[in-house]
Design a protein. Structure first.
Length: 404
C-alpha cells in the first residue's frame, strides 16, 4: 500500500490542531496550511495566542499571520456576515495549491465553507478532497427560521428586532458554498450521525460519508461529585447564546424552574439587545471566560442544558461529560450520549420533552450521580488523540480504496 500524502488547510486552532498533529505523528502530513500557528513557546505577554501552538515543526507549516489577525479583527465587527470567512479562506488558497504541487499530495483535508475557492484547481491536479462538515448543513437551520419567527413574535418581538432576517441571509450564503463543496469532495467526514443524516436527506450519498466523533482532553482530579440536596441545582448553558443553540428554549426552561435551580449562561450573547432583555429575567449572564476559568466554574455545576437546533458535535458536551456534569441536550447537538445512561437526549424544539428530562434529573440525586459517573467513563473514550487517530484511520482506508 502506498502511504497517503495529505495537505491540511485549516483556519485557526480548531480542536487544538488535532487533525494535522495526528497526521504529522503518523508520517503522512505533507504540509499544514493555516493562518495562525506557532511551534515555539510564546512569552507571557502574548498569552492569548498560546492556543495557537503545537508541536508541528515550522518546516511543515505554511502560515499567513497577517490574514489570521485581520480575520479575527473583522469578526469583532461583522460576526454575523459571511464575507469575513470568505476572506480568510481566499487568503489561504494560493498557499494550499502551492503545498499540493510541492509535496505531490494526493489528498487535501479541509473544513466546510473554507475550501470552495480552490476546489476546481485541486480536482484538476488529481488531488482528492476530504471535507470535514463541522456543523449540520445550513439548509437544516434555514428550514427552521419560519418557526423561530413565530416563536419570537409570540413574545412580542418584531421581525426587525429579532435579527432573524440577517441570520437567514448569512445561512443562505454559507449553504450555497457548502453544497458546492459536497459535489467536489470524495469523502465527507461527519462528527455525528445527526450531521450524516442531514446530508443524506439533502441528496449526499451515504457511501460518501463517514462518522467520526470529536474528543477533548480534560483530566479531572476532583473528588467524586456530591449532588447536594439542600441547595438549588446549578445549571449551565455554555457557548454562543444564539437562536441556533436554543437560547429561547433555555430561557423558557429557566422561567419555569428558576425557583428550584440557578440558570447560568457562559459565553457571548449573540441575540439582539431588545430580544435578550425580554428573555433574560430568570438567567444569570456570566459572559465569556477563559478556558481555565470556565472549567474551574463548571466543576461547581450539576447540569449542562444545550437545546441546540443545529450543531456538528458540540465540544462543550464532551467537556462537561469529562467534568462529570449531567448533560441534557438535543439530538441536534450531535453528542455521543446514550440517553438515560450517561445523559439525556430530547428532540430540538420539544419543550415538553426537555422539561420532562429536566424534572427527572432535578428530582433524583441518585440518577444524577449515576449519569455523572457514566459520563466521565464515556469521555475517556473520546479524547483529542482518539479523534485524531480515527481521522488517520479513515484517511488510510480511503487511500487504500483509491488503489483498488
Amino acid at each position: 500500500m502506498i502511504s497517503p500524502k495529505v495537505v491540511v488547510q485549516q483556519i485557526g486552532a480548531r480542536m487544538d490542531y488535532a487533525v494535522p498533529r495526528a497526521l504529522f505523528r503518523d508520517g503522512i502530513l505533507g504540509k499544514f496550511v493555516t493562518d495562525l500557528h506557532f511551534s515555539s513557546p510564546l512569552s507571557a505577554q502574548v498569552a492569548t495566542l498560546q492556543r495557537y501552538r503545537s508541536e508541528i515543526p515550522d518546516a511543515y507549516v505554511l502560515r499567513n499571520l497577517r490574514s489570521g489577525f485581520a480575520y479575527r479583527l473583522l469578526l469583532r465587527f461583522w460576526r454575523g456576515e459571511a464575507w469575513p470567512h470568505q476572506f480568510a479562506s481566499e487568503a489561504l488558497a494560493g498557499a494550499t495549491v502551492q503545498a499540493i504541487k510541492e509535496t505531490g499530495a494526493n489528498i487535501l483535508y479541509g473544513f466546510d465553507t473554507a475550501l470552495l475557492p480552490i476546489l476546481s484547481v485541486v480536482n484538476e491536479l488529481g488531488c482528492n478532497v476530504i471535507l470535514e462538515q463541522c456543523i449540520a448543513p445550513r439548509m437544516q437551520m434555514i428550514k427552521l427560521i419560519p418557526a423561530l419567527e413565530q416563536r419570537v413574535a409570540r413574545k412580542g418581538i418584531s421581525s426587525s428586532e429579532s435579527g432573524l432576517g440577517t441570520l437567514l441571509g448569512y445561512l443562505e450564503v454559507l449553504s450555497a458554498i457548502e453544497q458546492a463543496e459536497w459535489r467536489r469532495s470524495a469523502l465527507i467526514v461527519c462528527p455525528s450521525r445527526f450531521v450524516r443524516d442531514e446530508l443524506i436527506g439533502l441528496g449526499v450519498s451515504e457511501s460518501k460519508t463517514i462518522v467520526i466523533p470529536y474528543g477533548v482532553n480534560i483530566t479531572s482530579d476532583a473528588e467524586p461529585r456530591r449532588f447536594a440536596e439542600n441547595r438549588k441545582l446549578k445549571v449551565a448553558f455554555v457557548g454562543a447564546f444564539s437562536y441556533r443553540k436554543g437560547a429561547i428554549d433555555y430561557c423558557q426552561l429557566a422561567s419555569r424552574y428558576h425557583t428550584h435551580s440557578e440558570f447560568h449562561i457562559f459565553g457571548s450573547i449573540m441575540l439582539p439587545d431588545a430580544v435578550m432583555r425580554r428573555l433574560s429575567r430568570d438567567v444569570i449572564v456570566r459572559g465569556h471566560l477563559s478556558r481555565e476559568d470556565l472549567f474551574r466554574e463548571l466543576k461547581e455545576f450539576d447540569v449542562l442544558v444545550l437545546p441546540s437546533y443545529s450543531e456538528g458535535s458540540a465540544t462543550v458536551i464532551y467537556e462537561c461529560m469529562a467534568l462529570g456534569l449531567v448533560c441534557i441536550v438535543s439530538h441536534a447537538s450531535g453528542s455521543v450520549i446514550t440517553s438515560g445512561v450517561d445523559g439525556v437526549i430530547f428532540d430540538a424544539g420539544d419543550e415538553n420533552g426537555m422539561h420532562l428530562a429536566f424534572e427527572n434529573v432535578l428530582g433524583s440525586p441518585s440518577l444524577r450521580r449515576s449519569m455523572s459517573e457514566a459520563a466521565v467513563e464515556t469521555s475517556k473514550e473520546n479524547t483529542r488523540d482518539s479523534y485524531g487517530a480515527r481521522v488517520v484511520n479513515a484517511i488510510e482506508k480511503f487511500s487504500k480504496g483509491l488503489e483498488g
